[in-house]
Design a protein around this ligand. Structure first.
Ligand code: PHE
Length: 328
């Protein structure tokens, strides 16, 4: 028997087999009990012939296994009608939600000014949300009508200001931080109210911080988020945790202050609340109010997004209508 010729012949038969049953026939022919190879192995008397024949048997077995895997894979492909020559189906790519995009942009703006991004909590204690912020027992926002309580001491935060308290209790001044996230109020859902909304809180604590610093920071922020050269206006206001307190407006990004539909012909857009940190807040977190000064402001991210894109209704942010979301 020409062992080498037998191996070559078997291997070419294996590669010609087109189906698993053809392959099985090839296996029987070359490795079956009555095959030339098996009969020859039974007759072997010397070591050298034994080694040669065994090597051929191993080679043929391996070739059979390899071809079997190929044919099986091909069978699976036939089953699924897989045609590798067809062009692929395009997978639609999503985008970040408009609020998330704006939130990240605001973070970038503040990081660019040297601020830290501080993660607050959405579930807060009554103390962090109100008392430490000098917000008296009788303040209307503490009413269960206006606030979601988890239990008597715990609530869904009504603003991002408790982040100020947490950060100040963890760190020593100077502090420059922004804290962004969801906030909750028991508001009925309509075009301008959603019970879940987003705020950005900014806090600066250092020596000799004035309302001028607050104003300059707001202006830099407004220019970055709206573009162009915005002007900032402050109106006196009241918040328990700032003294003095202001509401701040910026000149309308669309008409530059001359008056249009976006700013309701006033030339100004209301941005949010702000002020110098009240000394009582410093006392609550253990800072010396004689040594430290600071400013804080808070504004609504959803509102900025609404204005920035001229959108008619806050509910659009929550409806998950792809036709709306994919525009951003
Ligand atoms: N927390 C206030 C609000 O939600 C906004 C604010 C923040 C005011 C910081 C002053 C300073 O209305």
């Amino acid at each position: 028997m020409d062992a080498q010729a037998l191996q070559t012949e078997a291997q070419s038969a294996i590669s010609r087999a087109q189906t698993l049953s053809e392959l099985e026939a090839v296996r029987v022919r070359y490795l079956g009990r009555k095959s030339e190879l098996k009969l020859a192995l039974r007759e072997v008397r010397d070591r050298e012939t034994g080694m040669t024949l065994n090597a051929i048997r191993t080679a043929v077995e391996e070739a059979l296994e390899a071809r079997e895997r190929e044919l099986e894979a091909a069978a699976v492909q036939l089953d699924t009608d897989f045609d590798p020559t067809l062009p692929g189906e395009r997978i639609e790519r999503g985008s970040l939600h408009l609020i998330t995009q704006l939130r990240r942009r605001i973070e970038d703006i503040f990081v660019g000014m040297g601020y830290e991004v501080y993660d607050g909590r959405e579930i807060e204690t009554v103390w962090h949300n109100y008392d430490a912020l000098n917000q008296p027992e009788a303040h209307p926002s503490r009413d269960p009508q206006d606030t979601f309580y988890v239990d008597g001491d715990t609530l869904l935060r009504t603003h991002t200001s408790p982040s100020q308290i947490r950060a100040m209790m963890q760190q020593e001044p100077p502090i420059y931080l922004v804290s962004l996230g969801r906030t909750y109020r028991r508001d009925a859902l309509d075009a301008t109210h959603t019970p879940v909304f987003h705020q950005v809180e900014a806090l600066a604590v250092d020596r000799n911080i004035t309302l001028g610093d607050l104003r300059g920071t707001m202006e830099t922020f407004a220019n970055a988020v709206f573009g162009g050269e915005r002007e900032v206006r402050m109106r006196t206001s009241y918040f328990p945790f700032t003294e003095p307190s202001v509401e701040f407006d910026v000149t309308c990004y669309l008409c530059d202050g001359s008056g249009c539909a976006v700013c309701k012909h006033s030339g100004w857009i209301e941005m949010g609340g702000a002020g110098e940190v009240d000394p009582n807040v410093f006392v609550a977190v253990g800072y010396d109010p004689e040594e430290w000064t600071g400013f804080a402001f808070g504004l609504g991210i959803d509102r900025i997004a609404l204005l920035r894109h001229g959108l008619p209704d806050l509910r659009l942010f929550w409806e998950n209508d792809i036709r709306f979301l994919e525009q951003f």
